[in-house]
Write a protein that binds this ligand. Structure first.
Ligand code: ZN
Length: 390
């Protein structure tokens, strides 16, 4: 690998908890005799992220002191910025069953193979009301993040993890790069500066434009779609991935852009999740991170620029990754190009902009949106996916 100075992981060390060879066998043998705890899909995603270092410096599920510190001040007890608690929940029965145990084997689903051993440090009460208001800025049970918190158990079990195997996947395998692997890929390409782009949606011209504006000032672009749990009405990850492939094939320079997947579950926590997404991408080796309007938002819970402004609550340099804030963008007929309110003086009549609802209606009717809005290759994939589903 070429010798390139890369951005330090959050906290300074890239965590890797995946045991190898003999150690893994020993853990597997030990796990066979431990109490088992089936982990939800969301927490399984967190387990994977902790294991591979995407959540560095975390080495396990957070204890009560860190939990409250994150809620109260967006920092860990050691002073590092951290915006969303990473916890493992159990219901009261589960907590009772684990009472006195010093370790528990975590499984994917009931009866699954043990994936990790958690060395239990404490079991504590989850303050759901406080968590909802701190992280999601609302206690509305309709908010998907709040709903997930409310649906989880009332206790959290905390402790260090030792990982036997990563959660099994059968999709996107060539794209499942760990932070160590994206860092190696950046070094191989000679990229000193890399901008990360979080997405849970297909990429239309507006997002392509923003990515390429960012790419003008850095060496490389990592399109990093989230493929963990999302809301039921988001476009499925496999369809999105086909769109990214078509876009990359037709419109992105191969030596300047790459796509790999982000295994996290979506929280829809808006501003706090923007911080969390940025910290994770720093661990993946990104030096820059794009924050658009209403990043990680849902409904009308957050102000348009809240997710950009929250970064100002940290001291300069404290997060270690540079955010790039963007406005919404569009094709302007008079500018004859993509533009934003920052660069285009013309009015709405000259701009090609369509609401999400309008775009969905067109696609559902088998109609391509204008090519100024969406690349035809992307539109065709979405049209085909919609007709398969209906
Ligand atoms: Zn214009």
């Amino acid at each position: 690998m070429p010798d390139i100075d890369q951005i330090a992981p959050h906290g300074g060390t890239l965590i890797n908890l995946l045991a190898s060879g003999a150690e893994s066998e020993a853990l597997r043998a030990e796990a066979a005799n431990l109490p088992k705890l089936a982990v939800s899909d969301r927490e399984l995603a967190d387990l994977e992220m902790i294991a591979v270092g995407a959540l560095s410096p975390l080495t396990g599920f957070q204890g009560e002191a860190d939990y409250h510190s994150v809620l109260d001040s967006m920092h860990l007890t050691n002073g590092l910025p951290w915006s969303i608690p990473v916890t493992l929940s159990v219901d009261d029965d589960g907590a009772h069953r684990l009472g006195g145990a010093t370790a528990v084997a975590l499984t994917a689903g009931e009866g699954g193979e043990p994936l990790a051993i958690l060395r239990i440090s404490e079991i504590y009460s989850r303050d759901k009301a406080k968590e909802a208001v701190s992280v999601y800025r609302t206690d509305d049970p309709e908010h998907p993040g709040v709903a997930a918190v409310n649906a989880a158990g009332d206790k959290c079990v905390a402790g260090e993890l030792q990982v036997i195997a990563l959660p099994p996947h059968d999709d996107f395998l060539p794209y499942r790069l760990t932070p160590a692997e994206t860092r190696a890929a950046f070094a191989e390409r000679g990229w000193k500066t890399v901008v990360g782009f979080q997405t849970r949606n297909p990429i239309h011209r507006a997002h392509e434009y923003i990515q390429k504006c960012a790419l003008e000032i850095v060496d490389g672009l990592l399109v990093h779609p989230l493929v963990g749990a999302t809301k039921g009405d988001d476009v499925p990850a496999d369809v999105r991935m086909r769109c990214y492939e078509a876009l990359f094939e037709g419109y992105y320079p191969k030596d300047r852009a790459m796509v790999s997947v982000f295994p996290a579950a979506m929280r829809y926590a808006g501003p706090r999740e923007a911080i969390w997404h940025a910290i994770c991408r720093k661990n993946y080796g990104c030096t820059h991170f794009i924050v658009g309007r209403d990043h990680a938002g849902v409904g009308s819970y957050y102000g348009t620029y809240d997710a950009q402004q929250i970064f100002n609550e940290f001291a300069p340099g404290e997060l270690g990754i540079q955010t790039l804030n963007f406005e919404h963008s569009f094709w302007c007929n008079r500018c004859e190009g993509m533009a934003s309110p920052k660069t285009c003086p013309h009015g709405e009549d000259d701009r090609v902009s369509l609401s999400g609802t309008k775009v969905r209606d067109m696609l559902r009717a088998g109609e391509r949106p204008p090519q100024e809005f969406s690349r035809p290759e992307v539109a065709d994939i979405l049209i085909a996916a919609m007709s398969e589903r209906s």
